[in-house]
Design a protein around this ligand. Sequence first.
Ligand code: G6P
Ligand code: MG
Length: 222
Amino acid sequence: MQIKACIFDLDGVIVDTAKYHYLAWKRLTDDLGIVFTESDNERLKGVSRMASLDIILQIGKVEVDISEKEEYARLKNSWYIDYINQMTPDEILPGALRFIRELKASNIRVALGSASKNTPLILERVRLNSVFDAVADGNNVHKAKPDPEVFLTAAGMVGVKPANCVVFEDAVAGIKAALNAGMKCVGIGSPEILTEAHIVVKGLDEMNLDRLHDMEKLFDNG
Ligand code: G6P
Ligand code: MG
């Protein structure tokens, strides 16, 4: 295969916002008397806001009607926004910006594919808003990962066929979405969890152009 575009998930790949999601959900679960741990938070990675709330209510065995659910989601998001409004460019994960610049310098298209509706705000806060050639996020995509819509939209925006795209993802649902899109997928995190990814690295600091080209050969050999 020839890699013509790299598509990055945002949360957990470019920035670590999982901790802010956790703090905001924790505030809600404390109010509701639900025991919610950091390991429960792992289940929310890559999952949309409403689906995350469903999982939390299920953990707490709490049943609420739709208008209460909307209010809880609104509250959580307002607390989450308070945290991300404090973000600075220092919070870009190691290696991410360097790798993106290397890709762009060698004419590989760079896109973002995230479920988050807060993507524009986060990109602005960490000053990455003019770095990506295309951004597909919770505002222009409606089907949640593992549906491939977010990655197919990103690929379409940069005009590259799925077979020439590599996705970088930290969530199991996101890896499934990449595979469902017919793309190659590099997992970011632990190989024990991200078993379906073609290759797993610890973070983008392990990536460079040479490694990417080695991966091209590996992908071809299955
Ligand atoms: C990402 C995160 C999820 C989050 C989702 C929606 O996929 O990994 O934890 O729930 O985005 O984010 P939002 O900012 O729209 O609430
Ligand atoms: Mg993620």
